[in-house]
Design a protein around this ligand. Sequence first.
Ligand code: AGP
Length: 608
Amino acid sequence: MCGIVGYIGKNQALPILLDGLKRLEYRGYDSAGIAVFDQGKINCVKAVGKIKELENKLAGKQFDGNIGIAHTRWATHGEPNEINAHPHADCAGKIFVVHNGIVENYRELKKQLIEEGHKFKSETDTEVIVHLVEKFYQGNLTLALQSALKLVKGAYGLALIHEDEPQKLVAARHGSPLLIGLGEGETIVASDVSAIIRHTKQVIYLDDGEIAEINGDGFKIVNLNLETVSKDVKEVEWDYSQAEKQGFSHFMLKEIFEQGESIKNSIRGRRIVEDGKAKLGGLETINDRLREIKKIIIVACGTARHAGLIGEYMLEEYAGIPVEVEYASEFRYRKPVLDQSTAILAISQSGETADTLAAVKEAKEKGVLALGIVNAVGSTIARETDAGVYNHIGPEISVASTKAFTSQLAILALFTVLLGRQREMSVITGKRILEELELLPEKIKMILDQNEKIKSLAEKYRDAKHFLYLGRKYNKAVASEGALKLKEISYVHAEGMPSGEMKHGTIALVDKDFPSIFIAPTDSVYEKNLSNMEEIKARGGQMVVIATEGNEEIKNITNDVIYIPKTLEMLTPILANIPLQLFAYHMATQRGCDVDKPRNLAKSVTVE
Ligand code: AGP
C-alpha cells in the first residue's frame, strides 16, 4: 500500500522524487524517506508523518545528484517511526531499498542473516531484502538482487540503488504494482502512474517476477532467471490536471463534484439506444461465452463490493442471472463451488487490491471466466482478468472512494443490459435503462446544488456519536456505503443495514441521541420504508431522509429531507449515494479530520 518512486535522468533527482511522493501520498502517509546521490555518496533522509514533515527536514538542503529513490509508508511491520521508515540500508550504508508489499518469510531470513553477522536496525520485513542483496553483491546490483529475490517469499514492488554503481537503478516486482515511465532523458519508476504523468505518458508495466535495470543509456528487463523480457510501451490516458485539486479544498470534494462528468465518460460510446443494447468493447471477444453464463460471482472489497451488491439486484431482476457477491478476502477460503458456466466479476477502482486479485487468480486456476470492472488502466487486475470494462473516470486520489462507486454502478447497469438483451430483456426495457443513464449527469447536478443544505445538516448532527443507515432493495447497499463513508473519514461509528432488519435487534440502540439516515426514494419498497421510519420516530429517534423530489408526505416524518430526482429504481443508488458522500465529507471537515488521508487507511490495499 506504500508509494514508491525512483528517478534516474538528466535532472536533479530530489525535487522530482518529492513531487512524486506527494502524488503518491494517498497510498500511505505515516512516514516517508528518500535516498539520493550527492556527489558520489548516497544521502538518506527520513521523517515520521506526512510528506510535509520530510520536506521540512530537507529544507535548505541541496543534493547534487540525478539518481534517487523515495517512499511513503503505510506500516505493516513495525510502528511508524524514523527507523522503520524506508529507504533501508545494508550494514555498510551503501545499498538502499524502498519496498511495497510484505516479505512473508522475513523472520527466518532475518534470523539467518543475523547469524551470518548482518546488523539490523529496523523492525521491518523490508530490511532483509537489502541485507540479502549485500550478501550476494559481487559488483553487480542486478545479479545480487536476482539472487536475493529467489529467497524471498511474499509480495514486493521495490527499487534499489548502490553507492558503488552510481549510474544504475534497479527495480523489481512480484505482487505489488510497479511501472517505469520513459521520459526524455529520464526514467521514473513508480508504484502508480500518478507519480509520473507530469513527466511522461509512456509507461511499461512490470509483471510479476521481472527485474528492471535502468541506467543513463536505457533499460533492460529480465526475469528471475535473467532471461531478457521484451515489453510493450503503453500510453497513459490520464492528464496531469486530473491529478490536481483544481481549486477544491480536498480531492474527495473534487471527485464528488466530478460525478456528472465521470458518469458521462463511463457510458460514452457504450449505448446503442435504438436497439436497446450495450456495447462494451472489452467484452466483445467473449460475447458467446457470456451467453452461456448461468451464474456470476462478484468479488470485491469495501466500496467496490457495495457496488457489486447493487449489481446483484440489477442482474437478477433484469438479466435473470443468479448472482452471489462475496468479500474478495473470503472468496478463496470458502472453497467456492465453481463450474464452467460460472463467471467471476472482480470490481476494483485501483485494480491492485490484493484480496480481489487473489480471488481472480483463484477463479482462473479453477478455469472459470474472470471478468473485471476496473478504473486503473494497465493495473494488475485489469491484466489478470480474461476480459473487462474500464471506468474511464481518471485517477481517484482521495482514499474515500466516490466517483468510482457511481461509475461502477453505471457500468453494472450497462453490463445488465448487455447480458439481459442476450437473454429475455425486451428492446423497450433495454432502451429505457440506456435513456435513463444518459439523464443522470443532469440529475446529479441537481443534487450537488444542495451542497450547502447538506453541509448545514452535517453541522446539526456533527456531535452524534453513532448513526444507523437504512435502506431497502437497491438502496440496502447504499445504506452500507453511506455508513462506510462516514466511518472512514469522520471516525464516527455508523452501521448500514436493510431497513427491515433493523427491528430484529438494532432498534434497541435507537433513542434521541442515535440518529438514522434513511434512503427512501419513491420506489417499490417506499411504503415499507415508511413503516420503518414510523417505528424509529415512535422511539424518539431523529432522522435524515433521502427522498424523491415532490414527496411532501415525508415532512410528517422529519424536516431533515434531502431530495433526489426521480429515476429508474435500479439507478436510484447512483443518485441516493451522492448526498451521503457530501454528508460524510462535511461531517469530517467539521470534526477537523484529514478528509483525503484518513488515519490508518491507504488508498489501495495491496496486502492481505
Ligand atoms: C472506499 O472508500 C474505501 N477506501 C475502500 O473500501 C475501497 O473501496 C476498497 O479498498 C477497494 O478498493 P479498490 O476498488 O481499489 O479495489
